[in-house]
Design a protein around this ligand. Structure first.
Ligand code: DGL
Length: 271
């Protein structure tokens, strides 16, 4: 039993897809979330910059003495995970492995689509994980740089003509390729799930990497005897590096709980 919190981070709102699932399946756990809203998006940046930002994000979460850190960001998971793990004794979990396992399980045809940020697609990390788990899988990959800014600006609701147009343009080649499974390789993208699903059709299974990662982490903590043991619901705290008001409104809507009093702004550059 371990009552220390779980730290979770992303460049912005996207990691909330993991938080929502963690809160659902591990309601007794304390969660500390950091969204680097002052520096989002990470996905178009160089490897060196992504590693520098990720080191600061982990250093900030480290001040809470977490029992585990969840990299709820496809970009950091594909680009900086090995570096972070080599520098910290705390277990650090990324989204790639759990998501690849889900895709390998779900695909019937072996034709898998992958969307992510530029850095994620450049890394080839999801493809490598899939090739190891299910040799011969054909992956059609596409980077979608406009999706993160859309989500960060709250433009992800069905009926949003701009979001629908951008989603259709990005996903058309994957639809044409006949994929039966689509990995939403960036944790922001599941907020667009209704739009993506409407475009791809009900026959295409969508892999939510944040959700898969949360389930994986829950299994790992249980296996190591590190689950919290308490009779109150876990506390959920949120920190951002800019504009906590905007974040609080969007996070409350997405999580279905009012997080306004639990959101604070910090200076990430000092870590
Ligand atoms: N949620 C991050 C990811 O999963 C977004 C990256 C970005 O900030 O561009 O890749």
């Amino acid at each position: 039993m371990d009552n220390r919190p779980i730290g979770v981070f992303d460049s912005g709102l996207g990691g909330l897809t993991a938080v929502r699932e963690l809160a659902r399946i591990l309601p007794e756990e304390d969660l500390v979330y950091f969204g680097d809203t002052g520096r989002v998006p990470y996905g178009g940046r160089s490897r060196d910059t992504i590693i520098r930002y990720a080191r600061q994000d982990v250093a900030f979460l480290g001040t809470f003495q977490p029992k585990a850190i969840v990299v709820a960001c496809g970009t950091v998971s594909t680009t900086a995970l090995d570096t972070l793990r080599s520098e910290w004794a705390t277990p650090i979990y990324g989204v790639v492995e759990p998501a690849a396992r889900a895709a390998a399980r779900l695909t019937q045809s072996g034709k898998v689509g992958l969307i992510g940020t530029k850095a994620t697609i450049r890394s080839g990390a999801y493809e490598r994980a899939l090739a190891a788990l299910r040799p011969g899988t054909q992956v059609t990959a596409r980077s979608c740089p406009l999706l993160v800014p859309l989500v960060e600006n709250g433009r992800y609701q069905p009926g949003d003509i701009v979001a629908e147009t951008v989603v259709a343009e990005y996903l058309a080649p994957l639809k044409d390729a006949g994929v039966d499974t689509l990995m939403l390789g960036c944790t922001h993208y599941p907020l667009l799930k209704p739009l993506i699903s409407a475009f791809m059709g009900p026959q295409v299974a969508l892999v939510d990497v944040g959700e898969q990662c949360a389930q994986w982490v829950a299994g790992q903590l249980a296996g190591q005897g590190l689950r919290a043991g308490r009779d109150r619901p876990g506390r959920h705290r949120f920190f951002v590096s800019d504009d906590s008001g905007d974040f609080a409104a969007l996070a409350s809507a997405f999580l279905g709980e009012d997080v306004g009093d639990e959101v604070a702004e910090i200076d990430i550059t000092v870590y």
